[in-house]
Design a protein around this ligand. Structure first.
Ligand code: T1G
Length: 713
């Protein structure tokens, strides 16, 4: 599991001002409750309680956050003392009132710390939550015991299962905090220090408090509703089931028993496949735009104004993503008709959003006002970043980049949204190759979070850093990848889909292949996904891009045969599946089956029954094998980057940690052996990549590759 710079150190300061002891947690950047912080917190609270001049202990966080939770990087081993529950027992058992002064993020162990305090206040910006299940964990420091006693079982279970933080105002409404500190923490603490009645402390000790009659009355329904919602929304989430069990056990009985049970459930989650996978994803997402150490010192460029070239589907989607993140964007489109069509399409988009209640009219108007169309490329002259989203033709793009070179400033970053062309060829055609890179958005660009940041050989570190920061700012999950055909996401999906088509040639149906992969956890199967994207897109690529039709690889004609009949998928009502007019439900298509049957005869394949396991092995191990080829070529810096790409780009189940984390769990040796067996049966392209063979030979998993130095070697 990843390590972050947060949590490895951390200190806690104690300073007394008058009768108030201020205990400040300082463990940048998020004040994670590392071992050092837990020890420091215990020492400072004990010292404050022992100080005769102290009448109130106030706990707060340094920097932008209160406390973002337990230190996740410590969870790949048994927790080290001091145990957070012991630290919280000292706080809750104190004879002097302890108040949690929250701001920024108060999440996980941070909120559990606040729940053990006798009073809780938060500035208006505070976000309070127990997001542990997103890590495959459960609250492990009394949250499943204390939260239901403060807000009731129903609200507590909703917070734990949804894992969505709530704002300070909402927290006040449900009784989670005692006050919204609109004028800062100090005035509230000073008032409290002067008026506190120590006799009331006992009832403020939440952990030992009994449920009220009202709270007791809602328990059965709340638990039943919680279990039902997990069955319906998160059937794969063992953590959510474990959290409900802990809450249910903690509703009665002693605090000590409840904490023992909660910790047992927490530890079981911590070592579970789901927990390892989700914690892997947490760190992998944050590492995916990290530059190699040598580049890390490079001062970045700042991106204020952004231009987009092209108002087609991608250009509009990119403009919507940027404007939706609060960044003004100018769109250059030379063709009046396309410019007008874009205006209409954007207005329709927001009309639909407001009519469906997804956006209020004022917010929609604010976003629309950030999108300005210009009719000359000179209109983009003041841009700090220009994203080209024009027709997928190298001559067209070279002409655009030459024109941009002439009008924008010397430090302006020029990005191409190409999905198939050589970013290096485009960069070398400009006078600023160090400021040129690819920003590969996925359609629809205003919805899909993945953004491949394509690093050409000449792309400068400052440019990459600026692009990575820009990706975060517009809510995208950026991943820096190398410049080769298909980059990473499409290169892998091509192999996955090719195996699916081979399986249909050999006897499977599109529906059987899709059902097998949906059963694995994919949101859609390869054939329904292709029908949704439009078969004509890949058809055009196969005709225009030689790399799509390599002679050294088995090719299937099935998709071409469908396209030659004008069957492009959902958009034409017929593709791999059939669709009712205006419908999107994939229905078996006798016409497609007839085309497949005829093709089998033409190529001399006698259809056979194909087991589900074969479908999974060939489609998913093909992904892993292509990823190994990408890593050995150094086109991705780390296996986790590929996991992030595939989870965010194609919905690989996050709770499996992405294809390479999953391959490690399955066993690289097993993956290798299955691929080798298929290669021996004629599937030449399933021959294990040299890197995969080496890993299998030496018993090395993807998680060890960075340390081994085998990436790009
Ligand atoms: N532990 C360790 N490192 C953490 C961390 C954590 N809880 N949270 C963040 N980091 C690192 C992160 O890897 C990155 O490192 C840096 O801090 C900045 O993070 C005991 C068991 C708070 C909303 O799930 O949601 O409490 O890449 O880029 O965008 O019962 O961090 O710089 O080396 O995300 O400003 C529950 C996780 C934990 C919250 C801030 N808490 N964190 O977002 O910064 S389990 C969470 C976040 C727990 C208890 C249970 C976000 C943030 P690096 P960042 P950000």
């Amino acid at each position: 599991m990843g390590k972050s710079k947060a949590g490895s150190e951390g200190t806690v300061r104690l300073e007394r001002r008058g009768a108030i002891a201020w205990v400040t947690i300082a463990n940048p950047p998020v004040n994670a409750l590392s071992q050092a912080v837990r020890a420091g917190l215990a020492a400072c609270v004990e010292a404050a309680i022992a100080d005769p001049d102290v009448s109130l202990v106030a706990i707060r966080g340094d920097g932008r956050n209160f406390v973002a939770g337990g230190d996740i990087s410590e969870f790949d081993a048994p927790l080290q003392p001091p145990d957070m529950n012991d630290v919280l027992a000292t706080i809750e058992g104190s004879e002097k009132p302890v108040i949690a002064c929250m701001h920024g993020n108060a999440l996980g162990g941070g909120l559990e710390l606040a729940l053990a305090c006798h009073f809780r206040i938060a500035t208006p910006d505070t976000r309070l939550g127990l997001p542990e299940v997103t890590l495959g964990l459960i609250p492990g420091a009394g949250g499943t015991r204390r939260l239901p006693r403060v807000v009731g079982a129903e609200a507590a279970l909703r917070m734990i299962l949804d894992a969505a933080p709530i704002a300070a105002a909402k927290a006040f409404d449900i009784g989670l905090i005692d006050a919204v500190a609109v004028d800062g923490h100090e005035p509230v603490c000073e008032r409290l220090a002067a008026t506190i009645d120590k006799t009331t402390l006992a009832e403020r000790r939440v952990g030992t408090r009994a449920l009220t009659e009202v709270q007791q009355a809602q328990v059965a329904a709340a638990i039943a509703q919680a279990r039902q919602s997990v069955r319906e929304r998160w059937p794969w989430s063992g953590a959510r089931r474990a959290a409900i069990d802990a809450v249910e056990r903690g509703l009665d009985g002693s605090l000590a028993d409840a904490l023992v049970q909660e910790r047992a459930n927490f530890d079981a989650c911590r070592v579970s496949g789901e927990g390892r996978a989700l914690m892997h994803m947490f760190f992998a997402e944050r590492a995916a735009t990290r530059l190699p150490d040598g580049d890390a010192t490079t001062q970045g460029l700042s991106i204020g104004t952004v231009g987009v070239v092209g108002a087609g589907t991608m250009g509009r989607g990119i403009a919507l993503a940027i404007a939706g993140a609060g960044v003004p964007v100018q769109v250059f489109e030379s063709d009046t008709g396309r410019r007008d069509a874009a205006h209409v399409a954007i207005a329709d988009h927001f009309k639909g959003q407001t009519e469906r209640g997804r956006m209020n009219p004022d917010a929609a108007q604010a976003v629309m006002s950030r999108i300005v169309f210009v009719d000359t490329i000179a209109g983009l002259a003041s841009s700090d970043l220009v994203i080209e989203a024009a027709f997928e033709s190298l001559p067209v793009k070279l002409e655009i980049f030459a024109a941009l070179d002439a009008v924008v400033g010397p430090d302006t970053i020029l990005a191409t949204n190409t999905s198939t062309l050589d970013v290096d060829a485009i960069a070398r055609a400009t006078c600023r190759p160090d400021r040129v890179l690819g920003l590969h958005f996925f359609s629809p660009a205003n919805v899909m979070r993945l953004l491949e940041i394509i690093r050409a050989p000449g792309t400068g570190a400052a440019t990459l850093r600026a692009a990575a920061e820009f990706a975060r700012r517009i809510g995208k999950t950026g991943v820096i990848v190398g410049n080769a055909f298909g980059f990473v996401a499409n290169r892998m999906i091509f192999e996955y889909q090719r195996q699916g088509e081979f399986l249909v040639e050999e006897g499977a149906t599109p529906d059987a292949v899709d059902r097998a992969l949906v059963g694995f956890g994919m949101p859609m199967g390869p054939f329904a996904m292709a029908d949704m994207a439009g078969l004509d897109v890949a058809w055009w690529l196969r005709k225009e891009v030689p790399a799509m039709r390599r002679a050294d690889r088995r090719q299937s004609r099935l998709a071409d045969l469908l396209c030659e009949r004008g069957w492009f998928g959902q958009k034409t009502g017929q593709g791999w599946f059939r669709y009712e007019p205006g419908g999107r439900k994939a229905l078996p298509s006798p016409e497609t089956d007839a085309v497949v049957a005829a093709e089998r005869i033409r190529i001399g394949i006698k259809p056979r029954a194909i087991a589900e396991q074969e479908i999974l092995d060939r489609c998913l191990f093909a992904l892993v094998n292509e990823a190994a080829r990408i890593l050995e070529a150094g086109l991705a810096a780390r296996p986790g980057d590929i996991d992030v790409i595939y989870v965010h780009g194609f919905g690989f189940p996050r709770w499996r940690g992405g294809p390479l984390k999953w391959a490690d769990d399955v066993g690289v040796g097993h993956v290798h052996d299955v691929l080798r067996d298929w290669a021996a049966r004629g599937e030449a392209w399933l021959e294990p990549a040299p890197l995969l063979a080496r890993m299998a030979r030496e018993g090395v998993g993807f998680a060890q590759l960075e340390r081994k130095g085998w990436i790009g070697s």
